[in-house]
Design a protein around this ligand. Structure first.
Ligand code: FEO
Length: 181
């Protein structure tokens, strides 16, 4: 690239380097979330937990949208969004309950990551990205709540007898009531 072109690109960039790196890491996290939930959906499908599978297929799609939203933001702000390498996704699970325990643990990690970005943006006075990230702050609250509500079903209903079948039915209602995962 010629010097003049480099100068123009530099002038066009408004995202700070650190912020761009953090947002790209978040793209990776959302992409991994999508792959992780797709793997869980497939396991549920294979095991005959139809409603859990429906909820998780939708959740995987939602995570992909979270990733794309970040990707577009970075590029529109003059940065370079990176399509992440996604490896090491877990494919085998011990139980339906374990799936929702893992989801809750995972979402808590995502919330921490979002909070670090928000804190960083505030600190460096990147108020545009700070404002953009508020959508993720709200979304994380909803996602953690959903995972907790799903886990409560196992305590309330129990897994004995037709318990698991009933839990799967209730997961379907949970999916319908949120309109997503
Ligand atoms: Fe997009 Fe569930 O975090």
């Amino acid at each position: 690239m010629k010097t003049k072109e480099k100068e123009i690109v530099t002038l066009q960039r408004s995202l700070l380097h650190d912020t761009e790196k953090m947002l790209n890491k978040q793209i990776e996290m959302e992409g991994k979330s999508s792959a992780y939930y797709l793997s869980m959906a497939s396991w549920c499908d294979m095991m005959g937990y139809d409603n859990a599978a429906k909820l998780l297929y939708a959740h995987a799609e939602e995570e992909r949208q979270h990733m794309l939203k970040l990707l577009h933001y970075i590029n529109e702000a003059g940065g370079h969004a990176i399509q992440p390498e996604i490896t090491g996704i877990k494919h085998h699970f011990n139980s339906l309950k374990e799936i929702f325990q893992l989801i809750l643990e995972h979402e808590i990690q995502v919330t921490k990551s979002i909070n670090i970005i928000v804190d960083h943006c505030f600190g460096v006075k990147d108020f545009a990205t700070f404002s953009f990230m508020q959508w993720y702050v709200t979304e994380q609250r909803e996602e953690e709540t959903l995972a907790r509500r799903a886990l409560e079903l196992f305590d309330i209903i129990g897994e004995e007898g037709i318990g698991l079948w009933t839990i799967d039915q209730e997961l379907g209602k949970l999916h319908d009531s949120t309109g997503d995962a």
